[in-house]
Each structure stands twice: as C-alpha cells, then as structure tokens.
Design a protein. Structure first.
Length: 363
C-alpha cells in the first residue's frame, strides 16, 4: 500500500553514484544477498531479453526481504547507444529510488568478483592479472586490492594507451600495477580476471598456474568467449551466479558444451556455495588452479591432478573484517577424488574449486 504523503523518491545519476559507493560494504552486502538466495530467503529472476536486429532490451528483478526491498533493472543496447535504469521499491510498494545503472553495475560486478576472490583464491595470494581496460577495469582493480594482499597487478589491454592510463590510475591510488603481455600476466598469477568484449580466448589455458583463481567477466552472451576449452577442461568444479542462467548466457561453458563435451551438471550456483558452505580441497603441492567467471553463468574452476593428497579447508561466511585470512584448516584428508561436502543470481558468475561431481544438490 502506497502513502500519498511519502517523501519523494530519490533519483541519482551515474556521476552522483560514482563518488558515494563503498565497495567493501557492497561486497559484504552481496555476500549476504547470495547467502539468502541460496537458502531461499531471497529471490531473483533470470535475465529476459527482447531482441530484434541489432537492438535488445533486457530486464531482471529481485526481492530481498532482509532489507524489505524489491526492484529491478531495465536496459537497452544498440549500436547507437545504451540506456540503463534501476528502480528500488519498499515491500509496501512505495517507490524508494531510481538510479542510472552503468556505475552501479560496474561496481556490483567488481563486488561479486570480490566474493569469488575472498572464498576461492588460494591462501596468501599476492599476484593478479587483469585483462581489459574498459569501464569496469578500475573497479576490478580496486576489489583485487581490497580482497588480496596484492603486490603485483598485471594489466593487459588491446590499447596500449588505455592500459598505460589504467596502470597510472592504479599506481596513483596505491595499487601496485604494471602493463604486460598476456603470457607474462598469466605466469605464476594467483588470480586472473578477464573483463573484455572478446569473441576469442584471451590466453592459453595451459599457461595457468595450478591453484590460480580465474574470474571471467565479459562473456555475457553465448557467442562471446574469453576462456578457451583448455581452461574449462582443467576445472574440477565450476560455479555460477545462476547455474540455470549459465546454460543460455555464459559463453565460455556454452562453447565447451558445444565443442568439448562439457557437462552442465558440473556448474554450481554461487548462492548454494555461500549459504551451505563447502569443503575446498587444496592440494599442498603443487597448488591447485581455480577459475572464476563473472557473468550470468560465470565460471570458477580449480584444476587438480589425481592421486595426490589434499588438505581440507572449510569455506565459511567471511565478512570484510576477516579479509586476507585464509579459510580455517580442517582435520580431514581426501583421496584426491574431490567432492563437495556439507555443511553446509544474480547475474551469473562462475567459480571453480578443486572439487568434482557436485550433482544437483547445489542450486
């Protein structure tokens, strides 16, 4: 029921939003939201697209009882421009606010990436590679600094000018960054983030160091691809913001399903991962490789080789004050056949860990 005497709703532009976002707080709030999605105490729709010729209109909605709000986003993409709006309602139907959507979306993408880094990056991660120099890149650089003890951020971009500008901005803001080529960036990197509009893989999956977390942001449509078949093949577990949404939107696993026999049963929902907890088996020597993808149906994966012992780590709900602390070590050992244990959509992220055969008990 609406109130005719309620205060007027806020209306904020991208420029007004940009200077007011608290990225650590956003990351913590999204962790709560994904936990609620996984437990069924919050709901989100899949993206709906209306597309004709070179123009598409997309929409999503969600209800978040923890904060007594619901809302949605609507946007238009065409070669002639892009429009994006987000609306927020109270649970009594009162319009609370409307927002221009570009800056919020870029920050939200980074914050969800931060969740993946917090939960799935190898302990004591210090080195990251960032592919892409677009509007999301500076937010991603910030969240990597936020969630890691970052000592070396390697930036890769098609435009040397843009890559240099991003590295200069990062170093000016206390982020240790430099521009490199793709192979140098990947070599020994603990975390790899791809945020491009590419239609071909950004790097060779065999370059990945075992134990690395890979976050794929850009392949939000089935015909895009940032990660090659080797990268997906090496993953022993793949997770996504929405396991269902991944089947129609996440370009990398879609390519793998079409050309390499990828099984969709391997995809785990991020909400289930966060809400129920998981045992992540991390081989002591050498490190396992982890991959994460940051779109609807993004992919996170860890690679492993069978036959070597694993240490058990319980991934728990960790908010910002516990950043930079590795998961607590469990007492179990594993025979090398990675499994997900008790105890125990968003927009589609994928993460992988050194686990296998999750089945459909994870949403």
């Amino acid at each position: 029921m609406t109130d005719d005497h309620a205060p007027a709703a806020l209306s904020l532009s991208d420029s007004e939003i940009g200077g007011s976002i608290d990225l650590p707080a956003m990351t913590d709030e999204l962790l709560l939201a994904f936990a609620d999605l996984g437990s069924g105490t919050a709901v989100s729709t899949l993206r709906v697209r209306a597309q004709l010729d070179d123009l598409d209109v997309s929409a999503m909605s969600a209800y978040y009882p923890r904060r007594s709000v619901g809302g949605g986003k609507l946007y238009v993409n065409s070669p002639r421009g892009r429009g994006f709006i987000i609306v927020l309602f109270a649970d009594d139907g009162q319009l609370l606010a409307s927002f221009s959507g570009s800056v919020i979306t870029a920050a939200r993408t980074a914050a969800t990436t931060g969740i993946g880094v917090r939960l799935l990056a190898p302990p004591d991660s210090h080195t990251a590679a960032l592919f892409g120099t677009g509007e999301q890149a500076s937010w991603l650089a910030q969240v990597l600094m936020q969630e890691m003890d970052l000592r070396d951020l390697r930036i890769v971009g098609r435009s040397q000018h843009k890559a240099d500008a991003l590295a200069h901005w990062a170093t000016s803001n206390g982020i240790p960054a430099r521009v490199t080529d793709a192979h140098t960036a990947i070599t020994d990197a603990d975390v790899v983030v791809t945020a491009t509009a590419a239609y071909e893989p950004a790097f060779d999956g065999y370059w990945l160091t075992e134990g690395a977390l890979v976050v794929g942001v850009g392949s939000t449509k089935p015909y895009r691809q940032e990660l090659d078949l080797k990268t997906v093949r090496r993953a022993s577990l793949i997770g996504s913001d929405s396991a269902q949404g991944a089947t129609t939107e996440a370009g990398d696993p879609i390519h793998a399903a079409e050309h390499d026999g990828f099984a969709w049963s391997r995809v785990v929902g991020l909400g289930g991962l966060v809400s129920k907890g998981v045992i992540v088996w991390s081989r002591r020597r050498p490190k396992d490789t982890t991959l994460q993808d940051r779109r609807r149906g993004d992919i996170h994966s860890r690679t492993r080789k069978s036959g070597r012992p694993y240490d058990a780590f319980k991934v728990e709900f960790r908010l910002g004050h516990e950043r930079h602390q590795p998961p607590r070590r469990g007492n179990d050992r594993h025979d090398g056949q990675g499994r997900l244990f008790q105890p125990g959509v968003g927009d589609g992220q994928t993460r992988t860990a050194p686990l296998r055969e999750m089945g459909d008990k994870w949403s």
